[in-house]
Design a protein around this ligand. Structure first.
Ligand SMILES: Cc1ncc(COP(=O)(O)O)c(C=O)c1O
Length: 315
């Protein structure tokens, strides 16, 4: 398993501190019961050294809604959290593409597993991040998991809730042990939900299809972006249930998410999906890449540009 190197500073309860000081007690409810919510945001480094953060406001909007689901008090509004991320970016001055992990949690040192406890902690930390899935040379090989995606009636599925990631973690582990790159999880109704940490799209007869947001999927921001880009490119889009057997006969299938970006799938359960051309996935992937790299004027409003102050020389 890859060990990550974190960037030097973190935002921790209102102050910028060295990452090693952004810590909590082992008795924290967040740690005991997964009473936490998080975000995952990408920053793309431009040739001039500035960082373009992708859909920052949308990420903090979802983050704030996830916190609401667990009654976690945040330290301020969305602008406050965005500003904390901007300040941290300037302090960390990333030398490569990077990833932000905002995290809010029940900070009480207590015993009972209730979301009624009042304490709320808030932090953001950062790490350099290139490709989440190995190389770009081949599509992903995935398996349909024997684990079901957590149902909204058990743990709110549309929020990024810490404890719910036990579900992703066991599905991912099973897939990797079996020699696959990732898992596709079905929901409790037996319909396709999503990957372990990414939403899923398939293409059938020129139509882009993805499970609707009431299918126990995370309301992914990349998912929404792909739908908006497809509509802009006159690719028909449908949000509807997907059967497992449709995956096997689909022309194209891909995963998408902040970490995964747009990741084509080559095989599912050892069945080859479509052919290697994947015209719609390829078009969407390259459009997405131009958008995040700041090369698409039409979607430039999805980026928040952070100028990195020049390093002051020590001598
Ligand atoms: C379970 C799950 N589904 C989907 C996604 C994709 O969401 P987004 O595009 O907002 O990153 C993620 C994570 O990032 C995830 O953890």
């Amino acid at each position: 398993m890859a060990a990550y190197e974190f960037l030097e500073f973190a935002h921790f309860d209102g102050a910028v501190v060295p990452f090693s000081q952004a810590n909590v007690s082992v008795a924290t409810l967040a740690l005991q019961y997964g009473l936490s919510v998080f975000g995952g945001i990408r920053g793309y480094r431009a040739p001039d050294g500035s960082i373009n953060i992708f859909r920052l406001r949308d990420h903090f909007t979802r983050f704030s809604r996830s916190a609401g689901l667990l009654k976690i008090a945040l330290p301020g509004d969305i602008d406050f959290m965005m500003n904390a991320a901007l300040e941290l970016t300037r302090r960390n001055a990333p030398g490569s593409d990077c990833y932000f992990r905002p995290f809010a949690y029940k900070s009480d040192l207590s015993l009972g597993p209730s979301i009624g406890h009042p304490g709320g902690g808030f932090t953001i930390y950062m790490l350099p991040l290139g490709n989440y899935f190995g190389g770009e040379s081949r599509g992903l090989r995935v398996q349909v998991s024997s684990w079901r995606r957590v149902a909204d009636g058990a743990i709110p599925a549309r929020g990024k809730i810490g404890g719910a990631y036990v579900n992703s973690a066991i599905a991912k582990d099973e897939a990797v042990i079996n020699g696959y790159d990732d898992a596709i999880m079905m929901n409790e109704l037996g319909k396709v939900a999503e990957g372990s940490a990414a939403n899923l799209f398939m293409v059938r007869d020129g139509v882009l299809i993805t499970p609707g947001i009431t299918s126990d999927v995370l309301e992914g921001i990349t998912r929404r972006s792909v739908i908006e880009l497809a509509r802009d490119m006159s690719i028909p889009v449908l949000e509807r249930d997907i059967d497992r057997s449709e995956l096997y006969i689909a022309d194209e299938v891909f995963l998408c998410g902040t970490a995964a970006q747009v990741a084509p799938i080559e095989q599912i359960d050892q069945r080859v999906i479509g052919d290697a051309n994947r015209p719609i996935t390829t078009q969407l992937r390259s459009r997405f890449e131009s958008v995040v790299r700041g090369q698409d004027a039409k979607f430039a409003h999805w980026l928040t540009r952070v100028e990195i102050p020049a390093l002051v020389s020590a001598d």
